[in-house]
Design a protein around this ligand. Structure first.
Ligand code: ATP
Length: 313
């Protein structure tokens, strides 16, 4: 559905995207994560044809976004970070205006409007001026305009930002519902939200892809943390284990975190190594990887030391 190849973007001398590549398959729901300034909005603007990259290629459902922007945009429903809603228009008038902009044929307009309004539970607010709606309802209007032309791909820039806990749950469940009929890419700062909604998370940092994790694999991935009574040179032996993907040195105490291949059980193997080499073992424990541990590990590490982590199959 989306193929992004080596996109680069500069703002004056600042390199906001440094050669980003990833693919998204039909039917996936993917979270785009990253700290402030990582390049999420820049990526989304390029994918939706609102910003030209300096280099690289973006193809959406077979249409090249850079050369065939209008055709590609017809395939996409886009909710920008600050959706430009017109406060003086009623929900109905606004959505009719969007239907005209999207060139929905007159004979289909009524059905398309009804479907979008039903999906976003806006039926009882159709005559309310947008300016009088709560933030949660305005976000629903933003989603309604994004799905109005029945796109196969929805791209949502921080769809739950600024919502209260009730509105947040409503919008999340709406996104889940919409994912039954469209591929979805959305950006978020909220890790549990991405865990709850997504099949996959793409983590950007400093304009580069730092991890691409299928959440089911993450849950199955086996890490082990081994600590020693004193500094012990064990890295190479640990890295040599067949089930190890890579090894990180702990910064808080002598020891290592061994990132395992999905489904592997590292602890018995590490215990055997420790016995064989007489390591002064203090603790050996299994560690479940969550999006939060992956994100924090990446955020706390130096860019040049950590390769792109491919947790996905
Ligand atoms: P946030 O989570 O804060 O929204 P983000 O991951 O969406 O951040 P971007 O908005 O894509 O990040 O910005 C990436 C970097 O590019 C930031 O350092 C930002 O300051 C810079 N940037 C974005 N837009 C412009 C612009 N129009 N001119 C100059 N620099 C920009």
């Amino acid at each position: 559905m989306i193929s992004v190849k080596h996109i680069k973007k500069r703002y004056a001398s600042f390199e906001a995207l440094k050669g980003l590549s990833f693919d998204i398959q039909d039917g996936e729901i993917v979270g785009l994560l990253g700290p402030n300034g990582a390049g999420k909005t820049t990526t989304i603007k390029i994918l939706t044809g609102f910003l030209q990259p300096d280099e690289g290629e973006v193809v959406v459902n077979g249409q090249n976004v850079i050369d065939q922007t209008a055709k590609a945009q017809a395939e996409i429903g886009y909710l920008p970070e600050n959706a430009p809603l017109y406060p003086e228009l009623s929900v109905q008038d606004y959505l009719e205006m969007i239907a005209d902009i999207r060139e929905i044929p007159a004979k289909d307009k009524k059905t398309y409007l009804r479907d979008a309004v039903t999906a976003t539970a806006l039926t009882d607010r159709l005559n309310t001026p947008i300016g009088q709606l709560s933030k949660g309802y305005r976000q629903r209007v933003g989603l309604a305009q994004a799905i109005l032309h029945k796109p196969k791909l929805l791209i949502l820039d921080e769809p739950t930002v600024g919502l209260d806990p009730t509105q947040l749950l409503e919008i999340r469940s709406l996104i889940k519902h919409l994912s039954e009929r469209a591929t979805i890419l959305f950006s978020s700062h909220i890790l549990p939200e991405v865990e709850a909604l997504c099949d996959r998370a793409i983590i950007l940092m400093n304009g580069s892809l730092r991890a691409d994790a299928r959440l089911s694999d993450l849950a199955n991935s086996a890490n082990a943390v081994v600590t020693f009574e004193r500094e012990t040179e064990a890295r190479d032996k640990l890295a040599g284990l067949e089930s190890a993907q890579y090894v990180e040195m702990l910064t808080t105490e002598p020891g290592y975190r061994v990132i395992g291949k999905p489904g592997s059980d590292l602890c018995p193997q590490i215990f055997r190594l420790a016995k064989e080499h007489n390591w002064p073992l203090r603790e050996l424990r299994h560690e479940v990887r969550t999006l939060e541990t992956v994100f924090n590990d990446l955020a706390n590490s130096h860019v040049e030391e950590v390769p792109v982590e491919e947790v996905s199959a």
